[in-house]
Design a protein around this ligand. Structure first.
Ligand SMILES: [Zn+2]
Length: 188
């Protein structure tokens, strides 16, 4: 193997929907080479492009796919999961109170505080920088005179995907660990 070739673990495949648009823009839909090969052998995807890196077994040798497309179209009409990551994406990683987009300091805020009966729902959670979160404290928008930029609501998959298009792919790689950490379902 030439030194210029990447190791298989550095070869994720970009996953396209059956319409050849990425399944998701942000995070960019990527599969590990293992998951990708599994899908290839199960005839669930077509290989669109390949890396130079090959994998071998006793029976076969093949170049790892760099881009695959799903055979069956995945509809984006389903409701997106209610996760911290998707809340941040809906709000474009921007504090809904002051407009700051310092991602390191981004938290999420209950618009109506939990202490006043506010629930953890799409309609009551917004992205907020830690400064605004502390400043607002346990007060309602009216009490704090701090109102979210946009009235929070549940986004469609289409809206989330459109937001995600604003983020260049490399943004994901830097924050891959963050993404794994953030993308867990929130408590109802
Ligand atoms: Zn802020």
């Amino acid at each position: 193997m030439s030194a210029a070739l990447k190791s298989p673990d550095a070869c994720p495949a970009l996953v396209l929907n059956a319409d050849f648009r990425p399944l998701s823009y942000f995070p960019l839909s990527l599969w590990s080479w293992q998951d990708t090969l599994k899908a290839v052998f199960l005839d669930r995807v077509d290989v669109v492009a390949q890396y130079d890196t090959k994998v071998h077994s006793a029976k076969f040798e093949m170049r790892l796919p760099s881009v695959v497309s799903l055979r069956n179209y995945v509809s984006h009409s389903r409701a997106p999961a209610f996760t911290r990551f998707n809340v941040f994406l809906r709000d474009s990683f921007t504090c809904q109170y002051c407009g700051s987009n310092a991602r390191d300091h981004l938290t999420f805020d209950h618009v109506i505080p939990r202490s006043q009966g506010g629930r953890t729902t799409w309609e009551n959670i917004v992205a907020a920088c830690s400064g605004c979160n502390i400043k607002k404290g346990g007060r309602t928008p009216r009490e704090a005179k701090m109102f979210p930029d946009r009235a929070p609501k549940r986004p469609s998959m289409f809206e989330l995907n459109e937001r995600g298009r604003a983020f260049p792919p490399h943004y994901l790689h830097e924050s891959w660990q963050d993404f794994l950490y953030w993308d867990c379902e929130l408590e109802p």
